[in-house]
Design a protein around this ligand. Structure first.
Ligand code: CEZ
Length: 796
């Protein structure tokens, strides 16, 4: 027997197909638009959120309000929100559910396909084929489910088909559900709980209703979770064992949305139907949903229907500036299809928040510089216009008038300013839009007008002032590392990472100032950067690597003598980025870092992970060891390391980090996810808890991806802009003999072939047949296609 592959990548359209619901139960796809995010697992569990404008849920757990964020390593339990389809043979009484939950019957065939614009399933059991397609419109808060049931047997079948959409526990104040025959819909209603009187006006227009509508007439329904399940539970619901559903509404009971269709299907024949699920404000909205999405020829299920075309158009924007073809098909697949899509999700909907953390907002838009630079530009302007007159950027950027700083954004973090020149630098390389820096903007708290360049000067001055008597950067209640909240809360502790990041920011800004001909400023910041690098070595170098910081009580931590949290990755990476790492220390540092932090799943953020609270470090030490910042393979930190390695020209080491970030055929099961996104972490604490190592957090929100793209452009392929010219400085791994890419830059296209040739003494670059005497392409003409050959020395 030929062993069936676990999953398959389609290089022609980006699809990923998974062939079992068991091997990677949490494998998922995600769809979004500006107001809605839906992440669905292969088994039919769904995490979804919509905005009003704060994120909210319309399908929840059974007894929790579940209004919190989507959690890492989400736990899916029997009653977890999901969209399930029970199928019963009315003659034999046999039953199963698609895609898999909650009956979990062994299936004859299973295909879960995540494509760029929809998620679909094909399931076969009892000679019945179920095809399900989930899509969403590009601008509405609505899940569109197209269902097709085909009789694969040679006989006529009598089937009962039951879509079961969980609505869950909506509110302890008021919840109910009923069926509205005129709309073929179940509508559940609630009142979002509140206490403060002043919240009433803010909440009275909340979309407190969830509906499920059927295109075709239904035979029976149930809108009451408990009644539906009865004693049988979700895997054998009492109401499915009965002939028809009970027509029960719910009145201060947990709502559910279940329909029954009873169909006689001829041999080879099929039954199709469409279901629409989402939140709404008023019942009156059902009318337009019906008109638009039911029996409307232009929007009926078809590859060319309007809803799909509109969504495909939306997703068309998720095109990166490089297309690659390398010896690694998995890398090609991810970089050509899924990476730009994940970046576009971050940049276009800002992770569905209304107050993104400033550092996230800036880094996400750094990534957008490669996808849709116009959007990145407006984001940078928006962030800078909220900068305080003191030079300080706020902890979060408000995206609409009523938005407020919430949760983590109420905690003072000291690093936001460093991201401004760091992220802008990538944008400027890509666009050459130095004019942006002359734009006049006022401040978040004052009407004074200053150029963006002056805004950034002030951001740098603010960082330089936020230092102790030694010249080291205060950490306050956190830096890039959010939960490192007790190192400096008494006002004394300093961060090695932030001191390095400040130095790197100054270096980047100084270089930009030179390009702007602001020679004095450039010199001033460059001097400060040099000075900082001396301090970094003086205070933070410890034996073989850089420490992480000095606590309020003056303790240097992240050093050899610490039993836990001995070595942190970020200070090593950033000492390289800011050029503080002394040549004589380089080997020691790289060796220690690799020995202690490298795992088969990537670089851990620190090791050993903390197993108990340290009151001089903070909340990070309370996280489970190997989870998130406490020593996981925290991809955001790992990608900084890759970027630093590329800066050193360490092509093989850099590539290894990039490659390890993607699930591959050998370890996909341990990671538990498909290569359709980079998660924020894989479980770490590799040496302490090896049995869980590698497990994906399943979270799609991460700053990793922007840097991943930057590593491809500036590192691996080395095809980046400088003053409108294209620099070619590749770092292909030594085992690649050949690669080709298509690079969009300054309106032109570059078809670049890389070949490794033996006996070549140095890299040779040929542009349209002409050998270049340096590594840059100048006088680029927009609209033109350049053919570039890069010959790289191979064996001597
Ligand atoms: O959030 C991320 C932040 O969005 O953690 C990063 C930080 O740089 C990003 O801005 C590192 O700390 O405990 C916490 O508060 C955590 O910090 C999380 O919220 C963390 C999550 O892992 C989400 O990705």
């Amino acid at each position: 027997m030929v062993e069936q592959k676990l999953y398959q990548l389609n290089q022609a359209n980006g699809d990923i197909k998974l062939f079992s619901p068991l091997a990677m139960p949490k494998a998922s796809g995600y769809l979004w638009n500006q107001k809605l995010l839906v992440q669905a697992t292969c088994r039919g569990f769904v995490n979804s959120q919509f905005t009003q404008p704060e994120p909210a849920k319309y399908s929840k757990g059974p007894c929790l309000e579940a209004t919190s964020f989507i959690q890492p390593e989400p736990y899916y339990y029997a009653h977890h929100p999901g969209r399930f389809f029970y199928i019963k043979d009315e003659i034999s009484g046999e039953m199963f559910s698609a895609p898999y939950e909650p009956v979990k019957a062994e299936l004859d065939r299973f295909e879960f396909t995540v494509s760029l614009t929809e998620i679909s399933w094909l399931v076969e059991k009892l000679s019945i084929r179920i095809e399900l397609v989930l899509s969403i419109p590009n601008d509405e808060q609505l899940e569109v489910w197209d269902l097709k049931v085909t009789n694969l047997s040679n006989e006529q079948r009598k089937l009962a088909i039951y879509p079961y959409f969980s609505i869950g526990y909506m509110s302890w104040m008021n919840q109910s559900a009923k069926y509205l025959p005129e709309h073929n819909a179940i509508v559940a209603s609630c009142v979002t709980p509140y206490q403060k009187l002043e919240d009433y006006p803010k909440q009275k227009n909340f979309k407190d209703k969830t509906y499920l509508m059927s295109e075709k007439p239904i035979h029976s329904f149930c809108a009451n979770q408990e009644a539906f399940e009865g004693e049988g539970g979700l895997s054998q619901p009492d109401e499915i064992n009965a002939q028809i559903l009970s027509s029960r509404p719910s009145q201060y009971e947990t709502p559910a949305a279940v329909f029954q269709f009873r169909e006689t299907i001829a041999a080879g024949g099929s039954f199709s139907n469409r279901l629409l699920f989402g939140p709404m404000l008023m019942e009156a909205e059902l009318k337009s949903v019906r008109t638009n999405y039911c029996n409307n020829p232009s929007r009926s299920f078809d590859n060319k229907d309007l809803t799909r075309l509109e969504y495909q158009n939306y997703m068309q924007q998720a095109q990166g500036c490089i297309q690659i073809s390398t010896p690694e098909p998995e890398l090609d697949h991810f970089v050509n299809y899924w990476l730009p899509r994940q970046i576009f999700y971050h940049g276009d909907v800002n992770r569905l928040t209304s107050d993104p953390q400033t550092r996230n907002y800036l880094q996400d838009h750094m990534g957008m510089s490669y996808i849709k630079p116009s959007l990145a530009k407006s984001a940078f302007i928006n962030a800078i216009s909220q900068q305080k007159n003191s030079g300080e950027l706020p902890d979060g950027i408000l995206l609409h008038e009523q938005a407020t700083l919430k949760y983590i954004n109420q905690i003072p973090h000291a690093d936001h300013n460093v991201w401004l020149p760091i992220c802008l630098s990538a944008y400027l390389k890509e666009t050459n839009d130095y004019d942006l820096l002359q734009m006049q903007l006022c401040w978040g708290d004052s009407a004074e007008l200053n150029s963006i360049a002056e805004h950034i000067d002030r951001a740098m001055d603010f960082l330089l002032n936020a230092r102790d008597e030694r010249g080291l950067s205060y950490i306050v209640q956190g830096d890039w590392c959010d939960p490192m909240n007790m190192v400096g809360h008494k006002g004394k502790g300093v961060s090695a990472w932030l001191t390095m990041a400040t130095s790197y920011a100054l270096k980047e800004w100084s270089e930009i100032c030179y390009s702007l001909n602001r020679v004095e400023k450039a010199k001033e910041y460059s001097d400060q950067h040099q000075l900082l690098n001396q301090l970094i070595n003086q205070y933070f170098w410890s034996q073989q690597w850089f420490a992480r910081g000095i606590t309020d009580d003056g303790r240097l931590f992240g050093v050899e003598k610490d039993p836990q949290g001995k070595l942190f990755l970020n200070p090593q990476s950033w000492s390289i980025l800011c050029n503080a790492l002394l040549p004589e220390h380089m080997d020691k540092l790289l060796k220690a870092t690799e020995q202690q932090l490298q795992t088969p799943y990537g670089m851990m953020m620190l090791a050993p992970a903390f197993t108990e609270m340290r009151e001089d470090i903070g909340r990070i030490t309370q996280k489970s060891p190997g989870v998130a910042e406490n020593g996981s393979v925290y991809n955001h930190a790992a990608i900084f390391y890759a970027f630093a390695l590329y800066q050193l020209g360490q092509a093989d080491k850099g590539y290894k980090v990039l490659k390890q970030m993607l699930p591959n055929a050998e370890d996909a099961i341990e990671r538990g996810q498909l290569a359709n996104f980079i998660p924020n972490y894989y479980r770490g604490a590799y040496h302490q808890f090896p049995e869980h190592a590698g497990r994906s957090s399943q979270l799609i929100n991460t700053g990793t991806i922007s840097w991943y793209y930057r590593c491809l452009v500036e590192g691996l392929f080395g095809v980046y802009g400088e003053q409108g010219e294209l620099v070619i400085k590749q770092n292909l791994p030594s085992h690649w003999q050949h690669a080709s890419i298509k690079r969009r830059f300054m309106g032109a296209t570059f078809e670049i072939e890389f070949n490794r040739l033996d006996k070549l003494s140095k890299c040779l670059i040929e542009v349209d047949g002409v050998i270049q005497d340096n590594e840059r392409i100048t006088n680029i003409e927009s609209g033109k296609c350049y053919r570039v050959v890069v010959n790289i020395p191979g064996e001597p």
